[in-house]
Design a protein around this ligand. Sequence first.
Ligand SMILES: Cc1cc2nc3c(=O)[nH]c(=O)nc-3n(C[C@H](O)[C@H](O)[C@H](O)COP(=O)(O)O)c2cc1C
Ligand code: SF4
Length: 440
Amino acid sequence: MDKPLTRNIKPDLAPVTLAEYRRSGGYEGLKKAVTAMAPAEAVATVKEANLRGRGGAGFPTGVKWSLVPQAAGQKYVVVNADEMEPGTFKDRLLMEGDPHQLIEGIAIAAYAIGADTAYIFLRGEYTLAARRLEQALQEARDASLLGRNILGAEFHLDIHLHTSAGRYICGEETALLNSLEGKRANPRTKPPYPQTSGLWGRPTVVNNVETVCNVPHILREGADWYRGLSRSQDAGTKLFGVSGRVKKPGLWELPMGTPIRELIEDCAGGMQEGYTLRGFLPGGASTDFLLPEHLDLAMDFDSLQRAGSRLGTGTMIVLDDATCPVRIVLNLERFFTQESCGWCTPCRDGLPWVVEILEGILAGRGRPEDLDRLEKLAWLMGPGHTFCALAPGAAEPLQSALKYFREDFERYLPVSPALSLRGEEHRVPLLEGERRAAGG
Ligand SMILES: Cc1cc2nc3c(=O)[nH]c(=O)nc-3n(C[C@H](O)[C@H](O)[C@H](O)COP(=O)(O)O)c2cc1C
Ligand code: SF4
């Protein structure tokens, strides 16, 4: 099975040097683009390959590039390397293990849209990735793969590394642009989209690290080859991760469309001894829960959407039968509350309200109507009601937990309000797995 994204990554995770990268065909895609293709042809090849963005939304990359005006003028490529989604650690591997793959992808993207300046917006805690990227950028500059007249062509580019001060909202592409400009990281109203008015008001393409890392391979091997890597209608391979109580949590490059069962049972080795699978968040913290009955679904954008969830970042979090889904949801909603930028009311006020209700339920102060309130709040934070997708993402684990694990919420509700009025304790029935773990 061909694994273009990770084929060079070494078992000890030492970074691939420029010489090693070039020996494996590195920078051949860039050479082909700048010496034998017009920028529009490079865009057309990526479009034909049907590469979809790996940052979460799955927007077609070639289409995004083609929306940048062709007229000459200052334009930018910005790589989104913020990677703060809980449970997600895929871009880190690509940047630490094979930094030149990302640099080559950025150079091709810049050539395709006519940019001479690019930025990598990197999560602040990724200090090892920062060191390795700086080193690789210097190697590329020294080898004239960055700078003026790259590979003898009329193409000039420099790439700047910018480390974030560390907020989840900085990963939202327009908040990221504000942050790069030195402003407060609030999302911008769209339209205009960054492709026409982005960094400092200039046309800008913002792409995820994994998305950009696919580009050199597409240019070198062609669109047909790339589409053929997949097991479904979405092209290429994908980095998939599994965390939670599985035997071997980790990250694997697999064909897009690999069934979820293969990921959990074969790659991650199945559930740990004594634990049963109850559900999973397929694409990181801000996706809807799915159930064991969904195990045979293909991990791709459309299949998961049809099942009521999303591929997101493709790094799944597994829920076992000894872990209370209400507590998981509270943990996630606390994170989203802390990370809300406060720009719009449903998110700024809705999220703390969700946390307060969940804390009340877990403390035995819940009321049956609290579950309806939570449902209503999830709807209020949903798509179309906020400036950005943080709040709709936060609503996804909540709304799906209420749908699939309602009895887990109900078990905390006092059977009779009179009981709590008399100060008597409501004994919360244990989950099957909790009972087993307690030796009962
Ligand atoms: C709150 C929030 C955080 C995000 N964080 C990231 C991130 O860390 N990395 C990323 O690539 N995209 C992130 N996104 C998605 C970006 O806004 C954008 O869609 C993406 O960078 C586009 O790249 P792509 O087309 O290559 O997927 C986030 C979105 C939201 C709403
Ligand atoms: S949804 Fe939340 S994070 Fe996004 S703009 Fe509104 S307040 Fe800010």
